[in-house]
Design a protein around this ligand. Structure first.
Ligand code: ZN
Length: 266
């Protein structure tokens, strides 16, 4: 890749600045997700507790209903046996009915006991459910302003992103397609730096590998664009600080991201 003039290198650097803003904004938008989850977490935990209590209560109410039906059924049986007791014809029959009546009454009594203690438990669970419901609602109300704030910030970041994307689209169409394609292929490969000016002492502005002297000379003399042999970015002629599209700190940071010497990636 040879040629040409300064404008294309500055154009590519400007395009890169926009692309970096796009990536930065995307990162910022993604970062809202864990923040929102963190804010929601206590309320969600309370909601889970609430739901556990509610379903336990539901089960107990079903048990209680079943028990009540059993109690009703036994009461009816007791009634029938008592009626039969009035119609017995001999002592043997009376003894048999009495024996059965005794059994049914004991079973009835124990089921009635069970129903009472279940009702008592249901009462306690209802209190607990109400209390858990209050805590849950209170927690939800407490985090609501923070959630609204985070959601508003995220929407603002999303609006910024689409503005940058619009800017990128119209800016990119004005760039010579041959260069833009090389640049786009580098960016599409996932790197954040696709173009970097050569440093004053003749190193790639991205990975800081020293560029062969002859190539350095061409870069300086005719502003030739070359691909760095070490890291593959487009290397342009050195750019004066005041001509850099991004401010100096940003550019240094961006370059640091792909420099092998810079251990951490951010
Ligand atoms: Zn390089």
């Amino acid at each position: 890749m040879k040629v040409e003039t300064d404008p294309i290198s500055i154009q590519l650097l400007k395009l890169q600045t926009i692309d970096q803003k796009i990536l930065e904004t995307r990162d910022r938008i993604r970062a809202f997700e864990p923040q929102l989850e963190e804010v929601d977490e206590p309320a969600l935990r309370l909601e889970q507790e609430y739901n556990t209590t509610a379903s336990r209560l539901q089960e107990m109410k079903l048990d209680e209903r079943r028990l009540e039906l059993a109690v009703d059924e036994k009461r009816a049986r007791v009634q029938r046996l008592e009626d039969r007791l009035n119609q017995v014809r001999n002592v043997r029959e009376e003894a048999a009915v009495q024996a059965e009546l005794g059994l049914v009454r004991r079973a009835l009594e124990s089921e009635e006991q069970e129903a009472v203690s279940l009702l008592d438990q249901i009462g306690r669970f209802e209190d607990r459910l109400e209390e858990q419901g209050r805590s849950m609602e209170a927690e939800k109300a407490a985090v609501e302003p923070r959630k609204r704030e985070l959601n508003a910030d995220r929407e603002a970041a999303e609006a910024e992103l689409s503005a940058f994307q619009g800017e990128r689209e119209s800016f990119a169409t004005d760039i010579d397609e041959r260069y833009r394609r090389v640049y786009d292929n580098l960016i599409r490969g996932g790197r954040r730096v696709a173009v970097a000016p050569m440093t004053e002492d003749g190193a790639c502005g991205s990975c800081y590998s020293v560029i062969p002297l002859q190539v350095q000379h061409e870069i300086r003399a005719v502003a030739r664009l070359v691909l760095c042999e070490s890291c593959g970015v487009i290397v342009t002629a050195p750019v004066a600080a005041e001509d850099m599209p991004a401010d100096k700190d940003d550019a240094a940071q961006a370059a640091g991201e792909v420099a092998p010497e810079a251990g951490e990636e951010e």
